[in-house]
Design a protein around this ligand. Sequence first.
Ligand code: ATP
Ligand code: MG
Length: 429
Amino acid sequence: MSKSLQAIRGMNDILPEQTPLWRYFEGTVARLLDNYGYKQIRMPIVEFTELFKRSIGEVTDIVEKEMYTFEDRNGDSLTLRPEGTAACVRAVLEHGITGGGQVQKLWYIGPMFRHERPQKGRYRQFHQIGLEVFNLDGPDIDAELIIMTWRLWGELGIRDAVKLELNSLGTSESRGRYREALVEYLSAHHDKLDEDSQRRLKTNPLRVLDTKNADTQAVLVDAPKMADYLDDESRAHFEGLKARLDAVGIPYVLNPKLVRGLDYYSKTVFEWVTDKLGAQGTVCAGGRYDGLVEQMGGKPTTGVGFAMGIERLVLMLETLEQIPEEISRQVDVYLCAFGEAAELAGLALAERVRDQLPNLRLQVNAGAGSFKSQFKKADKSGALYALILGDDEMAQQVVGFKPLRGQGEQQSIAWDALAAHLATCVVQG
Ligand code: ATP
Ligand code: MG
């Protein structure tokens, strides 16, 4: 194929053999979110560039170097969304649905775009399921978000492979005091910091805590700790969260270096991390952002949320072989018909069966073919049973019913009795 007809690097097709696992994952999360009382919101994929600059922060990796920004035909600067929170906040403000303290528990799903170096678990178009809660300011809701994800890991069979890391960033006032102390300390050790950290010290000093550089990490060992600068309110909030996680029995580790990449967090921040995916270890991350809505021009409105990376979680299901058996089979029953009259009768019969068993995965052979070739297709489809309609069956108004997996002889079933018979032998999803 010519080079111009390839997908963009880091932007992947999700092929038919992969979509069943994606749909299983997405369906499991969606059901859980419904059950906990969250409502779905859908935002556009493209927004004004200004939205992300104002919400995410000018001196973050995302805004500095990862955004897909372009001018449209009107000369407006637009950006493919790199994350969901900014657009979600814009949407609730625009439609006034968080006004007067109205609580909103919202979730969204969809593609995000960041110009990063593509590698396993890191792509330029990737997919997130995210969630935002507005106007609930207590630790109880922070706990609910984490409890819900804990349940999700349990349902998916990956609970043993993830670890919860927690930190509190305090209010913006206490974080400001901490930032000053940190800058003072790091400035005194300026020459021992790596280049990136020297730059961050000036632009976004908390991000230095996040460094992967060993020399800088050594300097950080004796650096001031956020925990010592927490104001009483943040401290009580954090204790409240931990007490709730303890009550439910969710283990966590405190990670004072967890600062998250975005500027807007306050108080609680958390990440679910795994060692099963190499360097791309964070599968779900979030926190509280009580100041963001006001910063974006709204009335003071508290917020807390998270986003999980679908690619990474699907990779985990594959790596840990937690793929439910039922999703690998796409067809329950395959109908073979021989000759034109049988084909017409087969179509009508299939529709009658579908009327009665709307969840049955019934595939009708297309493309005619010999007995042998249709049978081969039936087998290859993965179906549990083949239905056979030939001249003999037509004459008797029956259909041949043949198990394709394991034992069992072929039987004849009257057309009128077919749906009832199938209901007894096919477990319907
Ligand atoms: P990382 O530290 O891995 O770059 P991040 O802090 O930039 O992650 P968030 O902005 O918090 O990530 O996004 C939430 C989740 O979305 C991440 O935990 C991860 O699972 C997923 N994610 C983020 N960036 C990518 C990407 N480029 N490709 C695939 N998944 C991603
Ligand atoms: Mg990142």
